[in-house]
Design a protein. Structure first.
Length: 254
């Protein structure tokens, strides 16, 4: 227990030591996690926003072996390659996977959520989805299924990846440079938790607001003031008996 307390109180020193021990493998691990989180629809649970923020904050700590410039380049590349791979998988395998009503490999609810996101935002979903957990993983896959032109997809992909990685890494770096955080690096943990939870909380709030704003359809039969269609049909005159003038017009001249 005392060891855990010591790690928490001197978190920056321990993280820097572990990062130094890993050396180049640290960059390989970070690259792999970001690539898998954006490139494989079976791993949407991997950390994305929080990992980028944490790496930026750690890079700002004293004695950090992490090169923030190298991180920006490598993780942007990981995000670009991840989305491109996911797009190719969706284009080749997507329709086959979703022929069945149920699939153990993919969560249909995640796909439907991404489709609704596309309906609202169109092609720029590839950029905006970078900042929405789960949707970020499924957006390129759905673009592949929908046969989006690759040149158009690629432009959104590059812009979105650079913006996503840049914003979160630089935000974490700036957060780590603040005097309060430098004196109490444990605050980075609070920042990471907020970065992880905030996008999810916003999506939940939006979903609830949309459900409340949606009109509730009232069945016709439930309205006592309105007779049922069947009852009205009985009260109406039968259309089978045409008026004499109409019959006369149809009769042959005599």
């Amino acid at each position: 227990m005392s060891k855990l307390i010591d790690i928490f109180l001197h978190l920056d020193a321990y993280l820097n030591t572990w990062a130094t021990d890993l050396g180049a493998w640290l960059y390989a691990i970070l690259f792999t996690v970001i690539f898998a989180e954006t490139g494989l629809v079976v791993t949407p649970f991997l950390p994305g926003d929080s990992l980028l923020f944490a790496v930026g904050a750690l890079a700002a700590s004293e004695g950090s072996p992490i090169n923030v410039g190298l991180v920006l380049v490598l993780l942007s590349l990981a995000g670009i390659l991840g989305d491109a791979t996911n797009y190719a998988i969706g284009r080749i395998l997507g329709p086959k996977v979703f022929k069945r009503e149920s699939s153990w490999l993919l969560n249909k609810k995640h796909l439907e959520r991404t489709q609704h996101f596309y309906e609202r935002h169109g092609g720029k979903t590839i950029i905006l989805a970078r900042f929405v957990p789960i949707v970020r993983t499924f957006a390129p896959f759905v673009a592949g299924i929908g046969q989006m032109r690759y040149r158009r997809f690629a432009s959104f992909n590059v812009v979105g990846a650079i913006a996503w990685v840049g914003i979160f890494v630089i935000a974490g770096y700036a957060f780590g440079l603040t005097p309060v955080v430098k004196r109490n690096f444990q605050l980075v943990i609070i920042g990471i938790i907020l970065v992880s939870v905030l996008p999810i909380a916003i999506e939940i709030w939006r979903a609830r607001r949309a459900s409340k704003a949606a009109p509730v359809a009232q069945p016709v039969a439930a309205d006592p003031a309105s007779p049922e269609p069947a009852a009205r049909a009985k009260d109406e005159p039968e259309p089978a008996a045409p008026e004499p003038a109409a019959r006369a017009a149809d009769d042959p001249e005599t």
